[in-house]
Design a protein around this ligand. Structure first.
Ligand code: HEM
Length: 184
């Protein structure tokens, strides 16, 4: 996983879970006294899983809930960090998801043939309903849910998310039906 995601995780822990001391404690639990994650360097997926699992135990919050909360934090950050790909002032949540599925993840990975970006696609059922298809060996569907909610907060939209099928239940990909139910 790209170091940029570890950066976001660090910012998330510092902002929502007790500051730099908490991040330092998480690193030390992985055996690091000090660790700097470089944004465009590739790090083993296991490292981020271990960090999230340790955070989940420390907070006494289930891993999927930590991932979803992290997703809600990271969604709006992605827009800022990758502003060259997203003209967020002219977009709404569904449009960002459609762009991410159609091009962003592929563009980010195109110089590195070994990367396995998530496969994200979507289909509009109506103005207010988007069906999201997510497939990745990382099975991070709670992050997808969180990103949808986080983008919704940014764009002042509220959503109901129904998981129609999930890789964690043996499906080949996750399918979520997202209904815009109003503004915040
Ligand atoms: C501004 C738009 C977006 C940008 C710039 C972006 C960028 C990225 C980057 C850099 C990664 C790390 C990939 C890696 O290290 O291999 C990533 C992973 C991920 N992204 Fe996005 N993303 C965007 C939008 C979205 C949206 C809208 C969703 C879903 C609703 C999404 C879902 C995910 C998930 C679940 C992962 C974790 C990796 C995996 O599941 O395999 N992203 N994204």
């Amino acid at each position: 996983m790209y170091g940029v995601i570890f950066h976001f995780l660090r910012d998330y822990v510092i902002e929502r879970h007790g500051g730099k001391d908490t991040w330092q404690a998480l690193l030390e639990a992985q055996g690091y006294k000090f660790k700097l994650y470089l944004p465009v360097q590739d790090y083993p997926d296991e490292e981020i899983v271990a960090l999230v699992e340790t955070a989940s135990k420390a907070l006494n919050v289930p891993v999927p809930d930590v991932l979803e909360d992290f997703g809600s934090y990271v969604g709006p950050q992605l827009l800022t960090f990758y502003h060259m790909y997203v003209k967020d002032k002219e977009m709404n949540t569904f449009e960002v998801i459609e762009t991410a599925g159609g091009s962003i993840h592929d563009v980010i990975h195109k110089h590195n043939p070994n990367r396995k970006p998530p496969r994200l696609s979507s289909q509009r059922e109506s103005d207010n309903v988007l069906v999201i298809y997510y497939q990745s060996h990382r099975k991070l569907c709670p992050v997808v849910r969180g990103i949808v909610r986080g983008l919704g907060e940014k764009f002042n939209e509220r959503f109901e998310i129904n998981e129609i099928q999930c890789m964690h239940q043996g499906a080949d990909r996750c399918v979520m039906r997202v209904t815009r139910v109003g503004s915040r």
